[in-house]
Design a protein around this ligand. Sequence first.
Ligand code: HEM
Ligand code: HEM
Length: 200
Amino acid sequence: MAQDPKYDLPTYTPVARGLHWWIALLVLIQLPLGFYMAYRGNEMPGVNENGEPVKGVWDALTGTLYSSHKVIGLTILLFVVLRLLYRLTQGAPRSDPTVPPALTGVSHLVHWLLYALLIAVPVIGYTAISYGDYLDVFGVHLPAITEKNEDRAKEIFEWHETGAVLIVIFATIHIAAAVYHHFVRKDRVVERMIPKRANG
Ligand code: HEM
Ligand code: HEM
């Protein structure tokens, strides 16, 4: 049978779903990558040329992790801008009618906060690498958008970290909500993003 006859359910379009899942996958890679590479570059015990112990290891792997983080971060920014333009022009399917309006309101708030953070965090990251002149990505020099100022770069990296922690918090709430809808409330909210096959 095609659809659960319980109630009609409009789903997100394939374009909206494709962008959602690409963004989700990239964000779930980007966060641990960011924390690990920052630990490796700033905290991990290493040795300098004279064999003295130092904090932070700057080898080829650290460089590759930093370059990958910048590429993935800019890709997330591009996908989120496309997703937002699509969302603002095409809208979203109407909400699951069985969910209490207050809960729908909270979920919309979390969605818009995630959009705001997914734009702000990469823009802040780019601003920080511009101030610090850490613009190298796999040997390619990205364009600077500010003058060089190391102190300012340090301060802006703090905002970048705070923004990333806020993404962790709101994405966790978001994923916990999906689990709650699917396994506890047993409604059809998750099917809006993962439709059942029409004749499966
Ligand atoms: C949604 C996109 C992004 C997320 C979720 C993200 C997340 C993170 C996280 C979790 C950290 C580690 C924070 C810490 O422990 O200090 C970090 C650090 C960093 N991010 Fe991002 N980031 C994103 C985009 C970008 C972009 C677009 C750039 C630059 C083009 C960038 C450049 C950096 C750099 C250079 C660091 C290292 C800072 C340090 O060594 O102290 N990030 N990011
Ligand atoms: C396992 C992980 C995830 C699941 C199961 C999931 C599931 C869903 C579902 C079911 C919706 C539709 C909600 C509704 O109809 O009200 C949705 C929307 C959304 N998700 Fe996720 N999601 C996941 C990961 C993520 C991640 C990591 C992000 C970004 C950090 C994200 C950002 C969003 C946003 C911004 C929307 C709103 C879409 C719109 O209406 O424009 N999701 N997600």
